[in-house]
Structures are given as structure tokens and as C-alpha cells.
Design a protein around this ligand. Structure first.
Ligand code: BES
Ligand code: MN
Ligand code: ZN
Length: 503
């Protein structure tokens, strides 16, 4: 969809629909909404008086019946005045965009939610509006043939600005919002693809495409390279599958003069997690096609970072493999030697993510000189039990870094919550026969998994984000569309930008 800026008066625009807004509790709309109300001889205020339009989140439509050049007016509820943030704008824009699509609207115009009465900076408001609109309109129709339930999308959205001085800022905001939304949508696409399509090889090809488009350094380590490096943990997961593993590396140099000004983002990239010999049950196993959501998110983040160009070096790793049962698969009880030299007793082959992350983190630290690490993983079912689908859990050995991650999450509307990492929990990962065991039992399952990963980060500032509760969305609402969530692409991008600004 094209999103453009138009300087002018929304009451004079010809379109299939125009979108105005209303805070909850307002009885006499002002600003642009007020002007539209007037043009409609008070229809909006009448519907407010009747209780049909309330300003609560949600949309209402009024036909203009020739009173204005636009055919319809959609009144988008902004909710309560006090709760208003960029996240409100994104969600309102996402809901409104799907509402317009439902009405069959092709050409729409909208006021800039937040910029007038909301008091937001026009650039920020425009970014949120574009980001929310495009995220909300996302759908995954790649495998539907014919028109396959393909709702025609709105083709054009004109963002109306009254003040010509705001035009440039609004255009910049729209560009940034589009970059953010497209990055998250790329991650959603990669994760929504079934595992027979999104193999490690194909995931690597997609990452390479991103790298080539933005001139980023790119490399894939093949199985033999990983063998030479001693990545016994990663390869132990890969050995049951006929799909060759791909250890994917991509680097953006935003501050070549200061190589230590860097951030490593590492995404768990199991393209299908059957559990291996510790086979999962049939119920819901298909969702494990998205067990590479962490990897998809770091590839998506590089897509945006390559365009927004923050002054920081960002290294991405996606150690991609399937986790399959077979005659060559790792068995429970096997002992693997990780790249770090630590030996691991594989108590359960379904605790595979932490094995791949361990070697990826060691590689990042030892071979790439990464000074700060954020890993993202659909790591434990226990995470969804602890925090549900509202917040991702974050774990860290460095308070400053984890606070920066959480803050970027709040800015992005991708909420997180810090989980504890007391040393006492490490007890549960002790092995009788190796240095460490890959399971810690049922209690605090997300924490023992995080501790396992943390063993490989050692003293390097590190944040682990367990997205197992939030990687999938169950119903359309706001910017969220049923299917892969694209969390935490936008947070990673904002984190890189924020770290760059702080220097
Ligand atoms: N990929 C799963 C975790 C998962 C579960 C993600 C549900 C998303 C939704 C992970 O590899 C796994 O199987 N974890 C096990 C660990 C256990 C064997 C210690 C789990 O959580 O049951
Ligand atoms: Mn598993
Ligand atoms: Zn897994």
C-alpha cells in the first residue's frame, strides 16, 4: 500500500473513506474531527449523544451522502486520553486499516492520530501511523491458490497534514514506519512458512538476500566448517536431520572506526522442532515450524538496520537446523562437546534450542569479538506458562543492557518482563557425568534454560529473551495479526538505534 503525505483539509478530500478520531468521553469533537462533524451537520456529535460512538477503541462508519467529497467517514476510537502513546496510534491505525479493508475501501485518507490533540511530535506520530497501518494489514496468503480468500487491500492512504511545515517530518516518519513494519513482516513471513519450505538452506538464502540488498557482510558456515570449529552442541541437534544445517552470519558496520561498539543478536533457528528422539506429542506440533522465530526476528532486524543505518556495528547469527528423530539422531544420555569445551549431557533431545544457542554465543564472542549479546529464542513452554502471551521474559547478567532492551520493547509495543536468574537455580542443571545437563526439571524451566545459555555468555553482557509465549498471535487486534508475531524485530532495531545514540 502506498502511504503519502498530503497538505490540505481532510473535509475536502475525495476518497472512498476518510479516518478521523475521538478520545473516549469527548462529546463535542474538536480539530479535524470537529470540522468533519460540522460538514456532516453534526452527525458525529449526534451519534455520540446517542451513545453509538463512544471514543472507546474500535471503529464506526458514517456515510456522507454527498455532504463531503469523501464517501464515508470512519471514526476511530482512541480510548482514554491518559493512556495515549505511540503504541495507541499503532494499534488504532492497525485496527482502522483492517476495518477499511473490510469495507472494501481502496483509497483512504486519514488525519494524523496523536499529532493534534494527542500532543505528539508529527514525525513520531507519522511513524506510528505508518508502522501500525502496515503491520495491521499483514496477511500470509502465499499458499492460497486462486483468490484464496484474498481480501483486496486498500491501495492508498493519504496522511493529511494541515500545516505545510510538518510535511517533511511526516514524510520521514512514514518512511521509518514502513521500514519497521516491513522488517517485522519479513520475520512473520519467514516464521509462517511451513518447515518444508523454510529449511535451513532457504532461511540462509533469505538472510543472504537481505545482506545483498543492503551491502552487509554475509557468511554461512556449512556442517564441515562447524565440525572444524568443534561445534558439537549445534551439530548434535543437526545430526538427526537430512536437511544440512546452516550457521548463518550477517554483519552491519555502522561504526567501523570503533569495532568494539557492537551488538550481537542471535536468534534460535530450529526450522522444525519435532523434539528429536524425545519426540513431542502430535497436538500442536505443527506450530514448531515457527521454532525459528528468533532467527526470523534477527534477519528481519538486519533488514531495517541496513536501511536506518544506526552508528553501531551489529552482528547477527542464526544457527539453523531441524530437530528430527532418526537413526543418526542424538539420543537422550549422549554427551556432546560444545565449541566452548564444556561437555553437555543431553538429558532430553527436545531441549535443543539451548544447545544451538550455546555454540552460537561462543562463536560470537570468540570469533567475532561481540561485546554485547541479545539472544532471542522460542526456548521453553514454561515461559508461556509464566507470562502467557502478553510479555516475553528477559534474563540477563547485565542490568544496564536488560533495561535498554526492556525500554526498546516498551517503545515498540513489544512488552517484556525481567525474570530472575539467582545462582541457586543452576543447581538443577548439574550433571553426574558431564559439565552440565541440558534440562533442569519442571520447576522454573525457563530460568534453568536461561542459565544454561548464560554459561556460554560467561562475562559478556548478555540478555536472553524467551519468546515462546509471544511468538504466535491467536487473533487479529491492533498491529497483531493471527500467526507469527514478528516479536521482537522492532525492539531490536530500536535497541540498536538507542545504543548508537548513547554511544
Ligand atoms: N521449542 C520448544 C519450546 C516451545 C514450546 C516453544 C511451545 C514454543 C511453544 C523447545 O525446544 C522445547 O521443546 N522445550 C522443552 C524443554 C524441556 C524438554 C526441558 C519444553 O519447554 O518442554
Ligand atoms: Mn524442543
Ligand atoms: Zn525448540
Amino acid at each position: 500500500m502506498e502511504i503519502k503525505v498530503v497538505v490540505g483539509d481532510i473535509t475536502e478530500v475525495a476518497a472512498d473513506a476518510i479516518v478521523v478520531n475521538l478520545f473516549q468521553g469527548v462529546t463535542a469533537p474538536g480539530g479535524a474531527t470537529g470540522a468533519v462533524d460540522e460538514a456532516l451537520d453534526g452527525a458525529i456529535s449526534d451519534l455520540i449523544a446517542d451513545g453509538e460512538i463512544t471514543g472507546k477503541k474500535g471503529n464506526a462508519v458514517i456515510h456522507t451522502l454527498g455532504k463531503m467529497p469523501a464517501k464515508r467517514v470512519v471514526v476511530a476510537g482512541l480510548g482514554k486520553d491518559g493512556d495515549f502513546t505511540a503504541n495507541t496510534v499503532r494499534d488504532v491505525a492497525g485496527d482502522a486499516a483492517r476495518y477499511l479493508r473490510g469495507l472494501g475501501v481502496k483509497k483512504a485518507a486519514t488525519i494524523l492520530h496523536g499529532a493534534g490533540i494527542g500532543g505528539m511530535d508529527p514525525e513520531e506520530a507519522a511513524e506510528a501511523l505508518a508502522e501500525g497501518t502496515l503491520l495491521g494489514l499483514y496477511n500470509f496468503r502465499q499458499h492460497k491458490t486462486g483468490d484464496g480468500g484474498n481480501e483486496g487491500k486498500p491501495e492508498e492512504l493519504a496522511v493529511m497534514v494541515f500545516n505545510p511545515e510538518d510535511e517533511e517530518a511526516v514524510r520521514r516518519g512514514i518512511d521509518t514506519g514502513r521500514i519497521m513494519a516491513e522488517a517485522a513482516s519479513l520475520a512473520r513471513d519467514l516464521a509462517n512458512e511451513p518447515a518444508n519450505e523454510m529449511t535451513p538452506t532457504r532461511l540462509a538464502a533469505h538472510a543472504e538476500e537481505v545482506a545483498t540488498r543492503h551491502g552487509l557482510e554475509f557468511r554461512v558456515l556449512e556442517r564441515s566448517d562447524c565440525e572444524e570449529l568443534g561445534m558439537g552442541a549445534f551439530l548434535g541437534v543437526a545430526q538427526g536431520s537430512v536437511e544440512p544445517p546452516k550457521f548463518i552470519i550477517c554483519r552491519y558496520s555502522g561504526d567501523p572506526a570503533d569495532p568494539d561498539n557492537n551488538l550481537g543478536i542471535i536468534g534460535k533457528s530450529i526450522t522444525f522442532d519435532s523434539g528429536g528422539i524425545s519426540l513431542k506429542g502430535a497436538e500442536g506440533m505443527g506450530r514448531m515450524k515457527a521454532d525459528m522465530s528468533g532467527g526470523a526476528s534477527v534477519i528481519g532486524a538486519m533488514h531495517a538496520i541496513g536501511q536506518l543505518k544506526p552508528r553501531i556495528n551489529v552482528t547477527m547469527i542464526a544457527a539453523a537446523t531441524e530437530n528430527m528423530p532418526s537413526g543418526s539422531a542424538t539420543r537422550p544420555g549422549d554427551i556432546l562437546k560444545s565449541m566452548s569445551g564444556k561437555t553437555i549431557e543431553v538429558d532430553n533431545t527436545d531441549a535443543e534450542g539451548r544447545l544451538t544457542l550455546g555454540d552460537a554465543i561462543t562463536y560470537a564472542r570468540q570469533e567475532l569479538g561481540v561485546k554485547r549479546i541479545v539472544d532471542i529464542a522460542t526456548l521453553t513452554g514454561a515461559m508461556g506458562i509464566a507470562l502467557g502471551s502478553v510479555r516475553a521474559g528477559v534474563f540477563s547478567n547485565n542490568q544496564e543492557l536488560v533495561e535498554a532492551v526492556i525500554e526498546a520493547g516498551e517503545q515498540s509495543g513489544e512488552r517484556m518482563w525481567q525474570m530472575p536468574l539467582d545462582d541457586d537455580y543452576k543447581e538443577q542443571n548439574k550433571s553426574d557425568v558431564a559439565d552440565i545437563k541440558n534440562t533442569g526439571g519442571r520447576p522454573a524451566g525457563s530460568i534453568t534454560a536461561a542459565h544454561f545459555v548464560g554459561e556460554f555468555a560467561e562475562e559478556t553482557p548478555w540478555v536472553h529473551m524467551d519468546i515462546a509465549g509471544v511468538y504466535m498471535v491467536s487473533r487479529d487486534h491492533g498491529v497483531w495479526v493471527k500467526g507469527a508475531s514478528g516479536i521482537p524485530v522492532r525492539s531490536l532495531v530500536r535497541l540498536a538505534q538507542n545504543l548508537a545514540r548513547r554511544g
